[in-house]
Design a protein around this ligand. Sequence first.
Ligand code: ZN
Length: 404
Amino acid sequence: MDLILRNARLGDGRSVDIGIARGKIAALEPGLAADAEELGVGGRLVSPGFVETHLHLDKACILDRCGAHHGDVGAAIREVTRLKAAFTPEDVYARAKRTLERCILNGTTHVRTHLEVDPGIGLRGLEGVLPLVREYAWAVDLEICIFPQEGLLNRPGTEELMVAALKRGGHLIGACPYTDTNPHGQIDRIFTLARQLDLDIDMHLDFDLEPGAMDLTHVCRRADEFRYGGRVAAGHVTRLSMLAPDAHAATAARLANAGVALTVLPSTDLYLARPVGRPDTARGIAPAHRFLAGGVTCSLATNNVLNPFTPFGDGSLVRMANLYANVCQLGPADFAASFDMITSHAAALMNVKGYGIAVGNDADLVVLDCGTPAAAVAELAPVLHAFKRGRRTVTRQPPVLHAP
Ligand SMILES: [Zn+2]
């Protein structure tokens, strides 16, 4: 063994020592007899590292450049379009690096970042973010989803740039159908490109509070036709929050059967989705826990940090899980499900291999200052340590009260 975490509490309640060798979990048992460096964690929860499925590193931390007006999603896109003209690779790199480090300090070990290309920004965003994949491989697996934030069919030149970005290091393909006048046309084109290039798909979808037909239905249809089940995720889908509760089960079954996963972005969805003439309870958050119960792979993720889409952010997925549980009025019995949506379900959405606390898996671990996943969600438990492939990457000293 290279390292033993002593007296760890697992999410299922087991108390064990975790033996780590060559970057893998090599043993899980109480009173593990082996000679290695030791770290006592005092009965605290040891969880797999957090998995951020949806984060925009390229446009993070620009709040100080934005005008005073903040409005809906269209206003946010227009403001970033204006600011993007001045983005340089160096500027993107510096902001993305700062944001990624915050994520790492908050226990995240896997990140999918959505990165926009269009004739305005060209490949400068990619040039800023791409170096971070290697530079931070010691702490995080970073994958890049290339997508057309300003439209695909409406914006000539964008598709060529997307293909170029994918050849230069992009890992998967995204979409933003509501930015084209023909949303289904964009969805179809993205599926075709994904199949040609053998890429997973992660789309921004149905990002408003109009009741009625959803592009999600079309995505499920295409996922069936292209046999793409398990390789498609949809983010936001705030229209799901407008569904009558008795429609949840059938819609969940449709997604589960098509193998289309759902990502909810609580902070952005709350901030941007503006219910007009509707009760305050309609806050634009898709009820992911009901879809989870219906067999859908669901994750909660950050989306944006300090920009017109989301003028909040610290890269903490525990905070997202807490925010989701609070806004969606989850009972304590469901807090663990909220935690699953930043860990195991998020990893399933990203098809992460070797994830989770089991012998043979990567030793990507976080130590939280609490005893259970439910407590992590309820108490916003801080991350005290993080490990990537067995190497410690983060230490946070617990705060100390200095009583007189
Ligand atoms: Zn997004």
